[in-house]
Structures are given as C-alpha cells and as structure tokens.
Design a protein around this ligand. Structure first.
Ligand SMILES: C[S@@+](CC[C@H](N)C(=O)[O-])C[C@H]1O[C@@H](n2cnc3c(N)ncnc32)[C@H](O)[C@@H]1O
Length: 212
C-alpha cells in the first residue's frame, strides 16, 4: 500500500471508504472525549472526509494529513474555504484559521510542525495500513501528536476471507500498539451492515484511548 496505490485509487474514483455522511459513530461517541469547543482534532490520513465539516461546525479546530493533494483541494472546496498554502520541506500546508491539512506522508510529519492537538480521531487510518507498518504508524502518531486522547474506529474480521484495505486490526493487536501509552476502553462494537464491501462479515469497534 504505497503512495502509488492510493493515488491510483483516488484517480480511478475507487474511494468506497469515502462516506456521503458524517460518521454516525463519531457523532455518537464524541461526548466520551470530554472536549470543549475550540479544542484541536488531528485526523491522520484524512482524505476528504465529511467528518471535518461536522467537527468544524461543532466549534473544533481540525488538523489533518493526507498525501493525495487533489483530495485536500476537494476538501477545502467542499467547505467553501480558500486556504493559504506554504511549503514545509517534504510537506505542504494548506490552512485557514480553523483547518490545517498537511499534504504529504504522515511519516514526514513532526511534532514541531503539527503543534498542539487535543485528540486524535482515527477513522479508516490504521485499518488502511498493512500489518508491517501499523506499529510504526502507531508510534509515529504517539510521537507527533503527544495527545492525551484518541478515538479510533477499527474493523475486526477474518483476514483470510478478504484482503485489505481496510484491514482487520484485532483488539489484541491494537493493544500491542497503544496499550503501553493509553488506557483503552471499548465504547462500541457492532456488526458492519451487509459486511465489508458487501461481502465480508465484520465487526466495527470504537475505542477510547486515554493517556495513562
Ligand atoms: C481509507 S482512506 C480514509 C480517508 C478518511 N480517513 C476517511 O475516513 O474518509 C485512507 C487515506 O489515507 C491516505 N494515505 C494512505 N497512506 C498515507 C500516508 N502514509 N500518509 C498520508 N496519507 C496517506 C490515502 O490517500 C487515503 O486518502
């Protein structure tokens, strides 16, 4: 799942992960984060998700990272926002007062560039990555975000039935990645309606991670 894979997905409009509605699990569980208006969400691998618009409408500031630049342009356009654009080494920063998106590889982000964030919201991010790099990804998120909380939506299913993405990230694996840094609470678990991609029975989980 290198950059070329994702650019090709976007260019051929094979973006089944992009939903036409705000994620209902975000809306249902945001109160568990005990946040106040004005606090800062970080959405790794953000695509052009409509969750950004909803978070902004709730008074939050949003930071994201995504390496398909046309998706980032589409995100700002959909919000009617005209971003300033600056270059930051390997990354570009698209920004307005309340929305900052870094265009580039999440592994090129640094804590210094990202600055303060109050919560990481991971929807279709860790599950988008193959097993070999999920550990490095989790460490990178902990390192750069230095945040007391995360809300993670994961899938669990029989990886032999379907190859990812999205990948199955079993609860024990998630605990291996984050259990040292966070207390982990399973807020929700439920069947994916009609299965993943309409064919693979799967469970969707919502995790609250709070720093130990
Ligand atoms: C499954 S999509 C999820 C997008 C979004 N979170 C959503 O819920 O619609 C994964 C996204 O991550 C981006 N991506 C994958 N690997 C990345 C990386 N290493 N750095 C930055 N973006 C990446 C892809 O271009 C794609 O838009």
């Amino acid at each position: 799942m290198d950059a070329a894979f994702w650019h090709q997905k976007w260019e051929s409009k094979q973006i089944g992960f992009h939903r036409d509605e705000v994620n209902p699990l975000l809306v249902a569980h945001i109160d568990s984060l005990s946040l106040q208006s004005g606090q800062i969400f970080f959405l790794p691998l953000c695509g052009k998700t409509l969750d950004v618009a909803w978070l902004l409408s709730q008074g939050f500031t949003v930071k994201g990272v995504e390496f398909h630049e046309p998706a980032v342009i589409a995100l700002f356009e959909s919000l009617g926002l005209e971003p300033e654009i600056i270059s930051l080494g390997a990354l570009k920063q698209y920004y307005t007062e309340t929305l900052i998106v870094y265009v580039g590889d999440v592994f090129d982000l640094t804590g210094k560039i990202l600055g303060q964030v109050d919560v990481v919201y991971d929807r279709a991010a860790i599950v988008a990555l193959p097993h070999e790099i999920r550990g490095q990804y989790a460490q990178q998120i902990v390192r750069v975000a230095r945040t007391p909380r995360q809300l993670i939506i994961s899938y669990v299913y029989d990886q032999a039935v379907m190859s990812g993405p999205p990948f199955s990230v079993p609860n024990a694996e998630l605990a291996e990645h984050y259990g040292t840094d966070y207390k982990m609470t399973l807020l929700y678990t439920g069947d994916v309606e009609d299965g993943l991609k309409g064919r693979c029975p799967a469970t969707e989980c919502v995790w609250l991670l709070e720093q130990n």
